[in-house]
Design a protein around this ligand. Structure first.
Ligand code: NAD
Ligand code: ZN
Length: 241
């Protein structure tokens, strides 16, 4: 059946992201999505009726990729999301609006750079730390989106984004497991981050975000990562009180 055409029918919020762009992948103990290829579906059929049965944890997971798209593109949309104290209470039509905006952001970047030689890397906002957490915790222990929520906080911190605190409050209100950060020893996460796909020579590569819509690649020294990680832990403690 190699090379057959196929249709993709996403059933999660998270998949508004993964169903666009033709990436396929499997996880490996050495790293997240470590083995895979690009193979475009003939079409994506997204029936949002399916989303009404998603458990709360999966709504939270998917909405982390939605807010990532907002951070990458549009401060007004970001304000709207940050003003949503309970993302599990969105109506069907509100959710559809957020998803169509997210898909538009992803599609525009993928059209420009399908094979991730440039701009597509920015979609990896939050993912250097997220993938390390998922691999280290054991796949399935932490949802992808929950890990992305923590990774996003890290990338906002290193960029000095002025909405970091509001974002952490939003995460807390929406019950993202921010307290998990203190469960991990950053030194144990470093080897995973050095094998990240954005890293070609074992450097530590992040997507920093100084302003909404302005992502940039940032290479950090080991010591810097450790110190930013501890700084984020402190900020989280302050926000959680
Ligand atoms: N975000 C991305 O761009 C991207 C890219 C590639 C891979 N991925 C990976 O995809 C994986 C997870 O994908 P996912 O969360 O979309 O799918 P999933 O199949 O893992 O679904 C998550 C859980 O929700 C349940 N579920 C799915 N649809 C449901 C529905 N409509 N109603 C009730 N329950 C439902 C599933 O049974 C499962 O328990 C992660 O490992 C992630 O890293 C993401
Ligand atoms: Zn993702």
């Amino acid at each position: 059946m190699r090379g057959i055409r196929f249709y993709q029918c996403p059933t999660t919020i998270l998949a508004h992201d993964s169903a666009v762009g033709g990436k396929t992948g499997i996880n490996h103990p050495a790293g997240k999505n470590m083995i895979g290829t690009f193979y475009q579906p003939a079409a994506v059929v997204y029936d949002t009726e399916m989303l009404s049965s998603l458990p709360e944890e999966q709504v939270r997971s998917g909405m982390a990729e939605v807010i990532k798209h907002a951070f990458l593109s549009n401060p007004h949309w970001l304000d709207e999301l940050l003003g949503t104290a309970d993302i599990t209470a969105l109506t069907g039509s509100q959710l559809e609006l957020h998803l169509s905006r997210g898909i538009a952001v992803k599609a525009a970047i993928v059209e420009e750079d399908a094979l991730e030689q440039g701009a597509r890397k920015f979609l990896n906002l939050g993912h250097t730390l997220a993938h390390a957490i998922e691999a280290h915790a054991g796949y399935g222990t932490v949802t992808h989106g929950e890990a992305v929520a923590l990774g996003l906080a890290f990338d906002l911190l290193i960029g000095g984004h002025d909405r970091l605190e509001d974002y952490l409050k939003w995460c807390a209100a929406n019950r993202y497991p921010l307290e998990l950060l203190s469960d991990f020893d950053i030194r144990e996460l470093l080897p995973y981050m050095k094998r990240d796909k954005k890293s070609s020579r074992g450097e530590l590569v992040f997507i920093e975000l100084a302003d909404t819509g302005c992502p940039a690649l940032r290479v950090l020294e080991e010591q810097e990562v450790i110190s930013f990680y501890h700084k984020l832990g402190q900020k989280i403690k302050e926000v959680l009180g």
